[in-house]
Design a protein around this ligand. Structure first.
Ligand code: GRF
Length: 229
């Protein structure tokens, strides 16, 4: 295990709308990696009674809920959600199956620090029904995309992608389950890069810099020295 002397970990807010398996994958990853460089400080949702919130409560993480229906309009709802998150001073906002579109007004101040996972190979099949539309279209290869969030839906600079083959007998649930299995490894990896300041964005291109806090040996240890001739 590399010796990483990190500064203060990034404070992560996670937004969920459903089962929260990606939230769980992130929590598990953080729990297993002392050098992850981030900690989840709040989980927000746009609805009550979802498994995603139960997972947060189980992990002892504070939750906030703002339902659109409880507000006169979208901007008011967004301001309330944003204010709830801001109380926890997040450095990074993670959209883990959050099913509402967020405006530029919400994203302002967190530019380049909001990250989303989408179940298709973007830019193909944007939107809320990507897995179903992949099947309807007869696509043979789909996958998982992690991207930084901008004002357009499923559009911001792509951080990483993994392909998943579509099987002839797939239905939406089966295919989505295989995509999620890929997301559960890929998304926490990308969130870690963002938390550790490793993402370098130039226009639409994202490069991953080496982890500045990962200590690599400067000289080989005596046991690594090869035997002489
Ligand atoms: C994931 O497939 C994600 O790509 C999409 O919504 C799904 C959320 O799943 N945006 P879960 O709530 O994390 O289980």
């Amino acid at each position: 295990m590399p010796d990483r002397h990190r500064p203060v970990p990034s404070r992560i807010a996670v937004l969920v709308s459903g089962s929260g398996t990606n939230l769980q994958a992130l929590l598990d990853r953080i729990g297993a990696d002392a050098g992850f460089g981030g900690e989840v400080v709040v989980v927000g949702a746009d609805r009550d009674g979802i498994a995603g919130l139960a997972r947060a409560e189980q992990a002892g993480i504070p939750t906030v809920v703002q339902r659109l229906a409880d507000h006169p309009d979208r901007p008011t709802w967004e301001r309330a959600l944003r204010a709830d998150l801001e109380r926890y001073r997040p450095d990074v906002v993670v959209l883990a199956g959050f099913m509402k579109i967020l405006s530029g007004a919400f994203l302002a101040g967190w530019s380049g620090r909001v990250i989303n996972t989408h179940p298709s190979l973007l830019p193909a099949f944007r939107g809320a029904h990507a897995v179903r539309e992949v099947l309807e279209h007869g696509v043979k290869l789909t996958g998982s995309t992690v991207h930084l969030v901008d004002e357009e839906v499923d559009h911001g600079p792509i951080v990483a992608q993994r392909a998943v083959a579509v099987h002839p007998d797939d239905d939406e649930d089966r295919l989505h389950a295989r995509i999620k299995a890929v997301e559960h490894a890929l998304f926490p990896e990308c969130v870690g890069w963002l938390c550790r300041g490793q993402l370098e964005v130039t226009g639409r291109t994202v490069n991953v810099r080496p982890d500045p806090h990962e200590r690599t040996p400067t000289s080989p240890s005596p046991t690594d020295t090869p035997d002489g001739p």
